[in-house]
Design a binder for this molecule. Structure first.
Ligand SMILES: [Zn+2]
Ligand SMILES: [Zn+2]
Length: 112
């Protein structure tokens, strides 16, 4: 294990944008200087994810929040905001969520 690895940084996760289901990339944000933030690469997409804050918009916009509705699922064990890990093209309502801390998974959207 490299000694230069900051203890604060969580292991790599691969969140998906909850709107586009696209892989998000690590990004450095001035407003989240100490944190690892992921952002959607789709043009015009403001959706970001942070392991401690969950999904958020940057820049923030009330109209965006109304438009999309940010998923607010939390881990039952440690309260961490879950990120979207997997969707299934053949099952549109299926969502697999994962906790960035303890790796617990949760499935949602099976029932309408
Ligand atoms: Zn997006
Ligand atoms: Zn957890």
């Amino acid at each position: 294990m490299p000694a230069t690895e900051p203890a604060k940084v969580m292991k790599d996760i691969q969140p998906l944008c909850f709107e586009h289901h696209a892989e998000m990339r690590r990004e450095q944000l001035a407003s989240h200087r100490e944190k690892v933030v992921y952002s959607c690469q789709e043009p015009e997409c403001h959706i970001h994810y942070c392991g401690s804050d969950g999904y958020f918009f940057n820049p923030a916009g009330e109209d965006l929040i109304d438009q999309y509705g940010i998923p607010r699922l939390h881990c039952a064990q440690d309260g961490s905001p879950l990120y979207l890990l997997e969707v299934q093209p053949e099952n549109h309502s299926f969502r697999l969520w994962r906790c960035p801390k303890c790796n617990m998974s949760r499935v949602s959207g099976m029932v309408h």
